[in-house]
Design a protein around this ligand. Structure first.
Ligand code: GAR
Length: 214
């Protein structure tokens, strides 16, 4: 079993998708801890409901980013994880943190990277009149939202889409794409293949709500 730490800041709907996936042992991964930088993040409640270990590490309790990141590392390493999964963790991680987990640090981002790195991706996709929108899963490197892509899921933007509908559509895809990617990584590890060398996949949503190549 691939041991996961999941880092969140808010609702934790992606965390929930991973919790749901982990109910099936064939998924190949288990969540050993959920860490939030915000004590009031609803995702912590989801974690507790699922009986998972949780930790809250708030930045304001630390003198600077390095001290904060060191505390994150101490907690995550205590859980002895194979993969650190960022699922709506809304803090930029320092270079030392990223280096410590090189090749073991995954992020999901609500845009078709390299388009719309950073925040407010749905509003920016609308403002740019993007014909397609979606989400990306990538390895995290020192440069924000620029690490190697593993998979994307895409849909056509409709004339009546707004920020709310795009948010919902992206979430719908994210909840399918993230568990799928983690399963690929678990499978690669089991076969003693290098997960970092997984080929890039691009998906769209089929009429019956599943991911299909496209
Ligand atoms: C997700 O859409 C995720 O892609 C995004 O935050 C949301 C978290 O939702 N992440 C980022 O914007 C990271 N830059 P959730 O808390 O319901 O999973």
């Amino acid at each position: 079993m691939l041991r996961l730490a999941v880092l969140i800041s808010g609702q934790g709907s992606n965390l929930q998708a991973l919790i749901d996936a982990s109910q099936d042992s064939a998924w190949g991964a288990c969540i050993v801890g959920v860490l939030s930088n915000r004590a009031q993040a609803f995702g912590l409640e989801r974690a507790r409901q699922a009986g998972l270990a949780t930790a809250v590490i708030a930045a304001r309790d630390y003198a600077d980013r390095d001290a904060y990141d060191r505390q994150l590392i101490a907690q995550i390493d205590a859980w002895q994880v194979d993969l650190v999964v960022l699922a709506g963790f809304m803090r930029i991680l320092g270079q030392d943190f990223v280096a410590h987990y090189a090749g073991r640090l995954l992020n999901i981002h609500p845009s078709l990277l390299p388009r719309h790195k950073g925040l407010d991706t749905h509003a920016r996709a609308l403002a740019a009149n993007d014909r397609q929108h979606g989400c990306s899963v990538h390895w995290v490197t020192a440069e924000l939202d620029a690490g190697p892509l593993i998979a994307q899921a895409v849909f056509e933007v409709q004339a009546d889409d707004d920020v709310d509908t795009l948010t919902a559509k992206v979430h719908h895809l994210e909840h399918r794409l993230y568990p799928w990617v983690i399963q690929q990584i678990a499978t690669a590890r089991r076969r003693q293949e290098n997960p970092y060398a997984l080929p890039f996949h691009r998906y769209r949503l089929s009429a019956d709500g599943h991911l299909e190549p496209g």
